[in-house]
Design a protein. Sequence first.
Length: 99
Amino acid sequence: MENPLSRYSVVVAVKDLVSCELAGEMVILHLKDGIYYGLNPVGTRIWNLIQEPRTVDEIRGILLREYDVEEERCERDLLTSLQELADKGLIEVKNETVV
């Protein structure tokens, strides 16, 4: 894990992708490797949120307002999902320094 995620990390979808929503789920084609990826409805919401740079904390706050989920589980699942997207090269991660 080269660039570990935290609540203060800024994430954004990379530009060399094509994505399309089908029946509430997202299908993503990574143009560099030609591999398709699928996201469930919550993953689709996260994907839509990261079309512009956002902190993990911002995304977490939005999800907590929109879904009935415990804070700790939301954060844990969000970090896991974002790390999987980062590992597949679908998002860029920039870690911000907290003052």
